[in-house]
Design a protein around this ligand. Structure first.
Ligand code: NAD
Ligand code: SER
Length: 314
C-alpha cells in the first residue's frame, strides 16, 4: 500500500474508470483520488473522491499533490492514435507536456511511484510484424507513436537520472464495456459488439484481414496493478514493457460473434485508420514481462467475446 494517496489523472476515460475502481477496491475508496478534465464518470460517482484537474496546469497539479498527500500517480490523460492524426500539435503537446509535468512533480516531491502507459503504436512499418520483440527497430509513423516513444525515453531518463520509480506498459488495443474508447485505431473491436447487439451488422473502418494485438480490459488492469506491485529489483525495463494476450482480424472477431449471434453480418470500408493499423505489428512478444514479474493473461478471443456479449446484454 502507498504511504499516502493515489492520484489517477484521466480517470473518466476508457481505462481510467476501470483502473480507478480496481485501485479503490484494492487500496480503499478514500485512498484513490480520481481526476479528469471532463466531468466525473457516472460509474465512479459516489465511490470515492474526485477532483477536476488539467494535467497541463503544472502549478495546480503540484498544489493538489501536496494538498491531498499524493505519493503515487497513474497518468492516463492522452490523445490516442486516430484523434492524434487529426490534430498532431495538440496530441504532441498533451502527451509530452502532461508526462513531463508529472515526472517533474514526482522528482520534486519524491513520489513513491508513477504509472504511465505506452502503446503498440511505438512500433512502425520497419518493426517485425509477427511476435514483435521487446527490443527491435522502432520507427513510429504516427504522432501518437512518436509521442509514446519519446515518452518512454523520458521515463527511462527520469528513472536513471533522478531515481523516479516510473513504470510502463505498451498496451495493445483494449476492449471493454464499462467506458467508451477515446479515439484509437483499435476502437472497432469495441464498436463491433454494440452494433452486433443493436443492429446485427457492423461496417468496420479497417480491412477484414487486418490483424492487430488486442487485450480484454480485465487483463490490462491486472497487468497494470501487478507491474506496480512488483518489487523494484524485478523491473529491468524502464522504457516500457511489451504486453500481449491475443491478436485477431475483423473477420476473426466477426466469426466469433456469429457463434453467439448467427444473423450478424460484417462489412468493411477502410478509412484513414487503415494506414495507422498497417504501420503496427500484428502480434507482440511479451516474454520479458512474463519473465521479469510473472505476467500471465487470462482472456483469449473466445472468452473475451462471450464475456463482452454477456455484460452488454445486461
Ligand atoms: P481515453 O481517451 O478514454 O481517456 C483519457 C482521459 O484523459 C479522458 O477522460 C480525458 O478527458 C482525459 N484528459 C484529456 N486531457 C486531459 C487533461 N489535459 N487533463 C486531465 N485529463 C485529461 O484514453 P484511454 O483509452 O483510457 O487511454 C489511457 C492511456 O492509455 C493513454 O495514455 C493511452 O495512450 C494509453 N493506451 C490506451 C489504449 C487503449 O486501447 N485504450 C492502448 C494503448 C495505450
Ligand atoms: N488503442 C490505441 C489506439 O488505437 C493503441 O494505443 O490508439
Amino acid at each position: 500500500m502507498a504511504k499516502g494517496k493515489i492520484l489517477v489523472i484521466g480517470a473518466s476515460g476508457q481505462i481510467g474508470v476501470e483502473l480507478t475502481m480496481a485501485l479503490r477496491e484494492k487500496y480503499g475508496n478514500n485512498n484513490v483520488i480520481a481526476s479528469d478534465l471532463r466531468e466525473e464518470n457516472e460509474l465512479l460517482k459516489g465511490s470515492g473522491p474526485y477532483v477536476s484537474l488539467d494535467v497541463m496546469n503544472k502549478e495546480m497539479l503540484h498544489v493538489q499533490v501536496i494538498r491531498q498527500n499524493i505519493t503515487q500517480i497513474y497518468l492516463l490523460a492522452a490523445i490516442l492514435s486516430a484523434t492524434g492524426e487529426k490534430n498532431p500539435n495538440l496530441a504532441w503537446h498533451l502527451n509530452m507536456q502532461g508526462l513531463l509535468n508529472v515526472l517533474d512533480i514526482a522528482r520534486e516531491e519524491k513520489l513513491e511511484k508513477v504509472y504511465w502507459p505506452s502503446s503498440i503504436a511505438v512500433f512502425g512499418p520497419t518493426s517485425p510484424k509477427k511476435d514483435c520483440p521487446q527490443q527491435t527497430i522502432i520507427e513510429p509513423t504516427t504522432v501518437y507513436g512518436i509521442s509514446k516513444y519519446a515518452g518512454e525515453f523520458w521515463c527511462n531518463y527520469y528513472f536513471h537520472r533522478y531515481g523516479v520509480d516510473v513504470r510502463s506498459l505498451r498496451y495493445p488495443g483494449l476492449i471493454s464495456y464499462k467506458s467508451a474508447p477515446g479515439g484509437g485505431t483499435t476502437d472497432y473491436a469495441v464498436e463491433i459488439f454494440y452494433e452486433a447487439l443493436e443492429h446485427k451488422k457492423y461496417n468496420c473502418f479497417l480491412r477484414e484481414d487486418t490483424y492487430l494485438p488486442m487485450m480484454y480490459m480485465p487483463d490490462a488492469i491486472k497487468a497494470t496493478i501487478e507491474l506496480m506491485e512488483a518489487p523494484k529489483e524485478k523491473i529491468t525495463v524502464r522504457t516500457s514493457y511489451n504486453l500481449s494476450s491475443m491478436s485477431f482480424s475483423p473477420t476473426e472477431i466477426g466469426a466469433e460473434i456469429k457463434k453467439h449471434i448467427p444473423e450478424f453480418e460484417l462489412s468493411c470500408t477502410p478509412d484513414y485508420r487503415q494506414a495507422i493499423a498497417d504501420s503496427w505489428p500484428q502480434s507482440i512478444d511479451d516474454s520479458v514481462a512474463r519473465a521479469d514479474w510473472g505476467w500471465q493473461h487470462e482472456y483469449d478471443l473466445a472468452r473475451m467475446t462471450e464475456d463482452m456479449l454477456k455484460n452488454l446484454q445486461r
